[in-house]
Write a protein that binds this ligand. Structure first.
Ligand SMILES: Cc1cc2nc3c(=O)[nH]c(=O)nc-3n(C[C@H](O)[C@H](O)[C@H](O)COP(=O)(O)O)c2cc1C
Length: 298
């Protein structure tokens, strides 16, 4: 059974689920598995060191699937975003998550190719700015999300942005089960971004130790700190403790710092990404049935 929202209609998906773009974690095999499963697989463009590598990855994806895929694009002078954009459009990428910079820079080109641009936001101020710059929608990055996170819980932030901006809103942060997706859709989200849960999948490029740590951790083991990147982000406390003992990034790499959100609470096994998507969709349907049965006629 499919789950229909304005977002699934916009992109032609079976399920309103986005496999999150994750630095050093989500690459082509991850995007293929998730998109083939009926959701939207995405990866961040900085995962590819050169535009040649990006082109190759997109070729691999296109040989495996013609389903929609998404990317996270950094619209800052530090990244060759114009060239990256052209390569992505040529490969038929239809969904762009903009972070850093002005989404207006890419809107015309993306729209001309039938795609859409949603902006990552952690506050109403950022949401209004993105709306005024013409973004097609917003990604509400909530507290407890993996990676750079917000401060407002999903169930409050989504309806707040929706009401104040009038744009379609996608929920990101703390969603890893069908029940949680039902809650996010109930408060108005048109889709959900799932990150932390998908670190522990066969297709993620997290190291085996990182995947195991995500499976083992509880939400108490997740620390939010701005110390590492300058912006609040969530980390497995154990990897930060190591970092604090030996803070020089010359002897360590980003791969030693394990980001994960509070959804570690519901991440209890390493599975194929497609299974995570299928389980979420099935559990969503069950949750909706259970809720509708709870309404008694009087
Ligand atoms: C390890 C990791 C790396 C991430 N890297 C990126 C990134 O490069 N670009 C981006 O837009 N979001 C990034 N995110 C955020 C995710 O795209 C997504 O918004 C978030 O994981 C959703 O919350 P959840 O982890 O609670 O599911 C990252 C998240 C994690 C856990």
């Amino acid at each position: 059974m499919k789950i229909k929202t304005v977002f699934t209609e916009l992109l032609g998906l079976d399920y309103p689920i986005i496999g999150a773009p994750m630095f050093l974690v989500s690459y082509e095999e991850y995007a293929i598995a998730i998109s083939q499963a009926g959701a939207l697989g995405a990866f961040p463009l900085p995962n590819y060191r050169s535009t040649g590598d990006l082109r190759k990855a997109l070729q691999t994806i296109r040989q495996a699937t013609s389903k929609p895929i998404g990317v996270n694009i950094h619209l800052s002078g530090r990244f060759p975003w114009k060239e990256q954009l052209a390569i992505c459009l040529e490969a038929g990428v239809s969904f762009f998550i903009s972070s850093l910079g002005n989404p207006a820079l890419i809107l015309d080109d993306v729209h001309a190719n039938g795609g859409s641009v949603f902006a990552d936001v952690v506050s109403l101020e950022q949401g209004l700015k993105a709306r005024d710059r013409g973004a097609d929608g917003l990604i509400a990055v909530a507290s407890g999300a993996g990676g750079h996170c917000g401060t407002i819980p999903t169930l409050i932030f989504v309806p707040y942005l929706l009401q104040k901006t009038g744009l379609p809103v996608i929920a990101a942060g703390g969603i890893s089960t069908g029940e949680q997706m039902a809650a996010a859709l109930a408060v108005g989200a048109c889709a959900v971004v799932v990150g932390t849960r998908l670190i522990a999948t066969l297709e993620s490029r997290a190291s085996p130790a990182y995947k195991q740590a995500v499976v083992k951790a509880g939400p108490e083991d997740v620390l939010t700190t701005a110390k590492i990147t300058g912006n609040p982000a969530t980390w497995l406390a154990s990897s930060i403790a190591d970092f604090e003992r030996q803070p020089s990034l010359q002897s360590r790499t980003w791969r030693d710092l394990w980001s994960a959100g509070q959804s570690v609470a519901q991440t209890d096994a390493i599975k194929p990404a497609a299974v995570v998507v299928q389980e979420m969709a099935a559990d969503y349907q069950q949750a909706c049935q259970k809720l509708s049965q709870s309404i008694l006629e009087t």
